[in-house]
Design a protein around this ligand. Sequence first.
Ligand SMILES: Nc1ncnc2c1ncn2[C@@H]1O[C@H](COP(=O)(O)OP(=O)(O)OP(=O)(O)O)[C@@H](O)[C@H]1O
Ligand SMILES: Nc1ccn([C@@H]2O[C@H](COP(=O)(O)O)[C@@H](O)[C@H]2O)c(=O)n1
Length: 211
Amino acid sequence: MDLLVAIDGPAASGKGTLSQKIAAHYGLRHLDTGLSYRAVAKALLDSGQPLDNEEIAVKVAKALDLGTMKREELAIHAVGEAASKIAVMPHVRQALVEKQREFASLAKGAVLDGRDIGTVVCPDAPVKLYVTASPEVRATRRYHEILARGNDTDEAQILADIKLRDERDMGRSDSPLKPAEDAHLLDTSKMTIEAAFEAAKSIIDAAAENN
Ligand SMILES: Nc1ncnc2c1ncn2[C@@H]1O[C@H](COP(=O)(O)OP(=O)(O)OP(=O)(O)O)[C@@H](O)[C@H]1O
Ligand SMILES: Nc1ccn([C@@H]2O[C@H](COP(=O)(O)O)[C@@H](O)[C@H]2O)c(=O)n1
């Protein structure tokens, strides 16, 4: 299917899980754009460089090859926090958005997920979803995810981090996280992964019929 699906939402809302399932179901390529911000942040952390120097961060962003990003290496909670700090920098965003748009245009049908896909990266996408869940539900999901990876963690701290990250992502001046005007809202707080997928599928199938 030649279809572009834009999925946005806050941290741990389930947009990545949903995007993967949608991509597999419709035979589309998938780009988790959060990984690109994480990759830049991790490269800076690993090389002992500051997270608040835009010039350095832009160089790293421009050199990034989206094809080399490895989810397992970038999934660490602290890398997500660092990513949201460099994501406030307009020139870093510009460099990454360029690569993300290229992915979207080269692919014959794709799912992109992130924070600004429906509003900035692919504003003309025919299907846009804004996936959300309460901060408490998201913190509990992330807590269990970290425990399942065999790491110890503190759920209250995760909730505090999630709230801070929401503030940073929704409050920045460049490309803040918000639903596109034509996005379908999907609150998964009380939905299983399967139920969320079924709801998303109905939205996508209806949109595909109308196009
Ligand atoms: N509807 C759901 N019910 C229960 N657990 C869910 C649901 N959706 C996702 N999860 C789980 O919640 C966790 C976070 O999901 P996921 O990684 O997809 O979120 P995300 O929005 O992509 O997060 P991030 O922005 O931090 O990458 C995962 O462990 C996933 O399995
Ligand atoms: N399109 C995007 C995607 C991500 N970000 C920033 O990166 C952080 C990490 O993203 P995850 O989805 O992997 O959690 C996120 O908190 C955002 O600050 C972005 O700005 N735009």
